[in-house]
Design a protein around this ligand. Structure first.
Ligand code: SF4
Ligand code: SF4
Length: 266
């Protein structure tokens, strides 16, 4: 599969620590990336220059959500329009030297790491995620690292539209917008929600751990027809999300997807 990290339409920086902060709202993350990008643009393109910038940026006092997971100060915007994020220490960004040893890991580790989504997603699913999140790395990183969510969302749309969702269907702008809105559920969850980090819940053998919503404990007699999506986004009291409100939102966005699909492909 083509790597998920830098696709033609969008890029991801999740494993460089993009979301590992208490204040992980879209504006806060954008401001952080812009600050780092400006600082690194002023740094000499040498190991000494980048190491000093990395230490200085790292000392800004990031309030990380998972202290044991590293946050790399060398992740920033790759383009002036701030639509693409990536490693500012990579030779393609520096224009020559590989300065990734100055970051949170080593160049060797950065080069060789591929998150589990690379094994769990098909190329078609990966392409659908990239096209639905085109130009929006904040959303893409949340979606592409949560394989069960992406699969459940695509499966639910297919069930309602009575057709498998394929990459070619995203040429229809209305359907692409609706699918993007469905996937954006990932960024609209209650602060601290488990659902934001679904993909990184893994069992000891590295396979995803099944999570369940205890509907009975929530006073419901039956489960939800959208259980797979709701489970991925953490629709339980522990997550801080409201099950009924989230279920209604999932239904509305799925129905919008199905309507847009049928309108474009009758
Ligand atoms: S989290 Fe996965 S897709 Fe994102 S940059 Fe890291 S390896 Fe690439
Ligand atoms: S140096 Fe490594 S961890 Fe840091 S931004 Fe680059 S790829 Fe990510």
């Amino acid at each position: 599969m083509e790597p998920l990290c830098q696709r033609a339409q969008v890029s991801c920086g999740a494993c460089c620590g993009l979301y590992n902060r208490r204040e992980l709202s879209r504006p806060a993350v954008h401001a952080l990336l812009a600050r780092r990008t400006a600082a690194l643009a002023r740094a000499p393109r040498t190991a000494e220059g980048f190491r000093a910038a990395s230490i200085s940026l790292g000392a800004e006092g990031e309030d990380s959500l998972f202290p044991s997971v590293r946050v790399c100060p060398l992740l920033g915007f790759l383009d002036a329009a701030e639509t693409r994020i990536g490693c500012l220490a990579h030779p393609l960004a520096t224009g020559g030297p590989d300065l990734r040893d100055c970051g949170a890991y080593t160049a060797h580790i950065c080069e060789g790491f591929f998150c589990p989504s690379h094994a769990w997603l098909s190329e078609e699913e990966a392409a659908l995620a990239a096209e639905a999140c085109a130009g929006d790395p904040y959303l893409y990183g949340l979606v592409v690292t949560d394989v069960p969510f992406l699969k459940a969302a695509l499966g639910a749309v297919a069930a309602l539209a009575a057709a498998k969702v394929e990459r070619r269907h995203l040429a229809a702008a209305g359907f692409r917008r609706s699918l993007s809105r469905l996937l954006a559920l990932k960024e609209e969850l209650a602060p601290g929600s488990d659902g934001l980090f679904g993909a990184f819940r893994a069992a000891a053998d590295g396979e995803p751990l099944a999570r369940t919503i205890d509907y009975t404990a929530l006073g419901r007699e039956a489960g939800s027809p959208y259980d797979a999506i709701l489970t991925c986004v953490g629709a339980d009291p522990r997550s801080g999300n409201d099950l009924d409100a989230l279920e209604g939102e999932v239904r509305r966005r799925l129905e919008a997807c199905a309507a847009a699909f049928t309108a474009a492909f009758p």
